[in-house]
Design a protein around this ligand. Structure first.
Ligand SMILES: [Zn+2]
Length: 352
């Protein structure tokens, strides 16, 4: 199964994450940034980008050059029912579709999704670990039924890998790993310019590399997985404090463990670049990255992995939406190339 990387279309513009930016908070209260509208050709195509996180949903409009021209978000209440979550998501998606037409004069070509896992191929169903009410939620069909656009999607960390290679810290690199350290820990690997999928689409799930043998029990059943030791949920369980109120020690330890897992990946896959995003890693900032780099230096000793770098995502809080947009644009290009010939996929639904 070949997977195409997202190729930049012309010279990418700087990410525009503020023009026309809108934040929808709580019960649909709209906080309009009211920024001036950017000049862009009328009728331009965009992808509706949808980010399914553990604590928030976001939607935005991403051009073929990776500009994020509008965005909205809504918090995910902990105890909502499945249909309440869907209504919240539908609300911000409808608002973005409406603004594509009325404010930006652009055409929504497809929908791209980046979702917290587990998911099935092309987000046919999603079961984000932190959204208890969504288990095998049929996201792809719901979006398709509501908006009549092709839907392409992937795990959030794999989507971030596409985005970092397209416009971020790994731009121009054909081999690297992207990691998200937030509520959970996820990853995506670009090897020889292609995003790895694996048997079930979970290739690169670095969250289940063992970093502490005999350590905390992981959701997967093993002990000492990176996710069970370094995710936001794990940090909260270990310290009794939210990851937004870390101690210096926990920032260092989390960095160390991420560096250790990164060394394993670099050694196994012949990589020399690891890009890390996610609210926990980016929030822990220099303390985290310094500890991660030292640990990586200590454990990446092969001739090809020595000197490997670990570096923060350059896309900041736009990364997830740019990633979802990248997954959408990749689907559009594959469909264009696949038109007229059969390209079966495990889900049978990649190239609609
Ligand atoms: Zn695990």
């Amino acid at each position: 199964m070949s997977d195409d990387p997202v190729e930049p279309q012309g010279v990418p513009d700087p990410i525009d994450a503020t023009n026309g930016a809108t934040a929808v908070v709580g019960d649909g209260e709209i906080d309009d940034a009211g920024a001036a509208e950017a000049e862009r050709p009328p009728g331009q195509d965009v992808v509706l980008a949808v980010d399914i996180g553990g604590t928030k949903f976001a939607a935005g409009l991403v051009t073929a050059r990776g500009e994020l021209i509008d965005r909205a978000r809504v918090d995910v209440p902990r105890d909502a029912l499945p249909e309440q979550h869907w209504d919240n998501l539908l609300g911000i998606c409808r608002q973005q579709m409406e603004r594509a037409r009325s404010r930006h004069n652009v055409r929504v070509r497809a929908i791209g999704v980046g979702s917290a896992g587990p998911v099935t191929r092309d987000v046919e169903t999603v079961s984000p670990i932190n959204i208890a009410a969504w288990r095998d939620f049929p996201l792809r069909k719901r979006l398709d039924d509501s908006f009549a656009r092709p839907v392409y999607g992937d795990l959030d960390a794999k989507a971030l890998a596409l985005a970092e290679g397209w416009l971020g810290a790994a731009q121009g690199h054909a081999n690297f790993c992207a990691l998200t350290v937030s509520t959970g820990v996820g990853g995506g690997v670009i090897l020889d310019g292609e995003l790895l999928d694996g048997n079930t689409g979970n290739a690169g799930h670095i969250g289940h590399i063992i970093v502490e043998p005999g350590g905390r029990r992981c959701e997967c059943g093993a002990r000492g997985c990176l996710e069970a030791e370094a995710s936001g949920l794990a940090i909260e369980a270990i310290t009794g404090r939210p990851p937004t109120e870390p101690t210096y020690e926990i920032m260092q330890r989390t960095g160390r463990l991420v560096g250790r897992a990164s060394a394993t990946v670099c050694n196994a896959l012949d990589l020399s670049l690891v890009v890390v995003g996610g609210s926990v890693a980016l929030g822990f900032a220099a303390t985290f990255f310094h500890a991660a780099q030292l640990e990586l230096d200590d454990h990446a000793k092969t001739p090809y992995s020595r000197g490997a770098r670990i570096t923060p995502s350059r896309l900041g809080d736009s990364g997830p939406l740019i990633g979802a947009g990248a997954a959408g644009w990749r689907g559009v290009r594959r469909a264009r190339r696949g038109a007229g010939r059969s390209r079966p996929t495990p889900s049978g639904s990649m190239d609609t």
